[in-house]
Design a protein. Structure first.
Length: 278
């Protein structure tokens, strides 16, 4: 961890030089998951030409390697520098929900750089934030990423443990951050629907929690301004009462907003993930 902290203190401009090397290796050397990326893009954007999909793929490689440099920098970044690089829009939606005495759910997808979104919310709002995550198998990297996520405060809770802590949502109002586009394992209850023209499966934690406990649901829309600069906009997805909501309405609305977010800047999405594996 000490060595990582030393590297993290380098200027981001220097870390981007390392990213440039990784980019060349990923794109031209090992051709990292090239076939997975190209297949995902082919189904997601049938209207685009091969040249357009290739352009998205190459920009994805750039964003993918840049995310490593940016995330390492988050370990020691100052609030002043972070505020220059990360804009949080409509953050009051979250504080207002919690100040009214109820917890709120912030749902988002895996668009670069989502780790900046995690610490950005903790830095921007007054309400306490709990980030729910899926555990990484490697203990060192699991501890590292959780240390980064709590750089500006907040707590992180592994998904299995959240089943217990969610019982305190009514007594201890807070913002719960969920990566709602992750693919659930076969052992979990899953909801199947199309995402970008292909069948996909989803967790329905936000669906169940919001309707059971009357929680506000906010979508976190990520866009990239330029290299190292991002905009994270809070958009109201749903709010109680949910009496007239159909089954799966929260998940369906999330998927619609996620698709719009991806289509806006398609190279920001995590195309190397086998997201559509059922």
């Amino acid at each position: 961890m000490f060595a990582i902290r030393l590297i993290s203190r380098l200027p981001l401009s220097i870390l981007y030089l390392l990213s440039d090397i990784l980019y060349l290796v990923a794109r031209f050397g090992i051709k990292y998951r090239k076939h997975v990326i190209e297949e995902n893009l082919k189904f997601a954007f049938p209207e685009k030409s091969d040249a357009e999909c290739k352009s998205i793929r190459n920009k994805f490689y750039r964003n993918f390697t840049d995310s490593f440099a940016e995330t390492i920098k988050l370990l020691t970044i100052s609030e002043k520098e972070f505020e220059k690089r990360f804009q949080t829009i409509n953050k009051d939606f979250l504080d207002e929900a919690v100040s009214s005495g109820t917890s709120a759910l912030l749902v988002s997808g895996h668009l670069f750089n989502w780790e900046m979104g995690v610490i950005g919310i903790n830095q921007a709002i007054q309400a306490p934030v709990e980030t729910v995550y899926l555990k990484v198998n490697n203990p060192f990297f699991n501890d590292l990423i959780n240390t980064i996520r709590t750089h500006f405060g907040g707590i992180v809770t592994e998904k299995r443990c959240f089943r217990r802590t969610m019982l305190t949502l009514a007594k201890s109002p807070r913002v719960v951050l969920l990566g709602s586009d992750q693919r659930p394992p076969r052992s979990d209850k899953r909801y199947k629907r199309d995402l970008l023209n292909r069948p996909a499966v989803f967790f329905e934690g936000a669906e169940i929690l919001s309707k059971k406990m009357n929680l506000h649901v906010i979508y976190g829309k990520m866009t990239k301004i330029k290299r190292g600069y991002y905009r994270y906009e809070m958009i109201k997805l749903a709010e109680p009462p949910f009496d007239e909501h159909l089954e799966h309405s929260i998940t369906d609305k999330f998927c619609e907003m996620l698709e719009d977010n991806i289509r806006l800047q398609p190279d920001l999405y995590l195309w190397s993930h086998k997201r559509w594996k059922i």
